[in-house]
Design a protein around this ligand. Structure first.
Ligand SMILES: [Zn+2]
Length: 245
């Protein structure tokens, strides 16, 4: 059950009905990564009242994380990010059930992790991991809310199985992709992560229009947003292969 007072301003002022708030509370969202994007996504999901959040990250907190990863506390350097993130959620909104797994996912270990979750939010910080997650989401027909930043720029899109193109339709996967961690700046990371959480809100409640076949691009240097339309590429090596699974 939702708490009327906690969610009063969600319900009264934003067109979110009691039923929509209940949908949020009954939703299960999988957050892949508890770093910069993950911090903002998790905090916003907790504030919205998403009832079950599963957080996946294999890293521990390091001092260099603190230019952007605002969910973690300096005193917790050396602790697992997933535990730190869970602690934050439970202090902020104790009604939310948090599951966690301190693991770096790969093609061999992901299967049990995604079971029971229909919405995955991509908060990874490298394109190698993002492309892998894109393929996993397509294979298992999960909604994938992609977000990425590079310095002052960022982007968001919502990829829905059988309805939209995928990450590789938008940006072809380079051959010999290497795990390169993307540059990240706190205001940009927090802008993009808030938009990812907003996408989850729209997908869960049915309110508004998620960024389906639309890539929202943000340029922090000029404070401009652009929306680029895309569509499923029949030759896409990721989503055009759906029928073989
Ligand atoms: Zn595709």
């Amino acid at each position: 059950m939702t708490q009327p007072i906690r969610y009063k301003r969600n319900i009264e002022q934003n067109g979110i009905t009691q039923q929509a708030q209940e949908k949020l509370f009954n939703a299960r969202v999988l957050v892949m990564g508890a770093g910069g994007l993950g911090s903002g996504v998790i905090m916003n999901l907790a504030a919205l009242g998403v009832g079950q959040i599963k957080i996946i990250d294999g890293d521990i907190i390091e001092e260099s994380n603190f230019n952007r990863q605002i969910i973690h506390k300096y005193r917790n350097i050396g602790r697992a990010k997933v535990i730190s993130a869970k602690d934050w959620v439970q202090e902020y909104n104790p009604d939310i059930k948090v599951e966690l797994d301190k693991i770096k996912i790969n093609e061999l270990n992901y299967f049990n992790i995604i079971q029971g979750y229909d919405i995955i939010i991509d908060c990874f910080d490298s394109y190698e991991s993002k492309y892998m997650l894109n393929e996993i989401a397509i294979r298992h027909k999960k909604i994938l809310i992609h977000g990425a930043t590079q310095g002052f720029c960022g982007q968001v899109t919502t990829i829905a199985p059988d309805k939209t193109g995928c990450l590789e339709c938008v940006m072809q996967k380079p051959k010999n992709i290497k795990e390169t961690v993307l540059a990240s700046l706190s205001p940009v990371v927090n802008t993009i992560s808030a938009l990812q959480a907003q996408e989850a809100l729209k997908v869960i409640t049915g309110i508004g229009s998620p960024l389906l076949n639309k890539l929202l691009v943000f340029d922090g240097l000029t404070s401009e947003f652009k929306t680029l339309n895309y569509s499923k590429n029949p030759a896409c090596s990721a989503c055009s292969m759906t029928n073989i699974y």
